[in-house]
Write a protein that binds this ligand. Sequence first.
Ligand SMILES: [Fe+2]
Length: 275
Amino acid sequence: MSANIHAMTKIDRPLALRVLQLTDPHLMADPGGELLGVNTRDSLDAVIAQVLHDHGQPDLILATGDIAQDASEEAYRLFGDKLKAFRSSSVWIAGNHDDSPLLARIAAENRADQRHVIQGGWQFVLLDTSVPGKVFGHLADSELAFLESTLLENPDTPALIALHHHPVEIDTEWMSPIGLRNRDAFWQVVDRFSQVRIVLWGHIHQDLDQSRKGVRLLATPSTCIQFTAGSVEFSVEDKAPGYRWFELLPSGDFATEVSRATDFAFELNCNSSGY
Ligand SMILES: [Fe+2]
């Protein structure tokens, strides 16, 4: 079998670990809270319903940041309540819109604060790239040391690394200054460890599927609004909210795909100059 399987149907499903990525829900304390015309609670509900319809229950959920738009305690508690639709455990990391310490506190109450998970023959390393008051991302020395020591201690277990900010240049020009700033330091660690199979992120509100030195690079639509891929200026497009699904085998082989809540009705305000 090849290291990366693109067609979901080729995976030996009974043996696979089923992992759901939900990203950038941008929840708000206000039940009527909207992002560019989209009620972010309603769109997350639609995505969760789509997961249960298309894929069923996951074994693990990765929530890759911008869980709250307003960094409110209510938004984090609401996210924990929404995830009760699933039986599996989850892990949450912060994005640029989040209050990382507050998120960590509410995540702990939901047993979603682990930073390293070993499950189903895979390991998941969760990194905090958020910088208080900034839109761009940065990995503190402590995060880089955590990544390095974790990979050093677990050399034989296929690894998925999850973070919020994009660690490579993408073709959406306005997002160029707001990615992971010290990405060279990140790759200097990752490049030393052959067990890393996947680097996964949120933040860019769009589907991305590339590879770099044998590592699959994946990003995923937001559960609310979508940014237009390939745009020079800030731009949103009316694609449906979505999520990413993985089926992972202990051999390191895996399949992944993006699904969208295509029945979710919304009227996007395309004239905004930011979010
Ligand atoms: Fe976001």
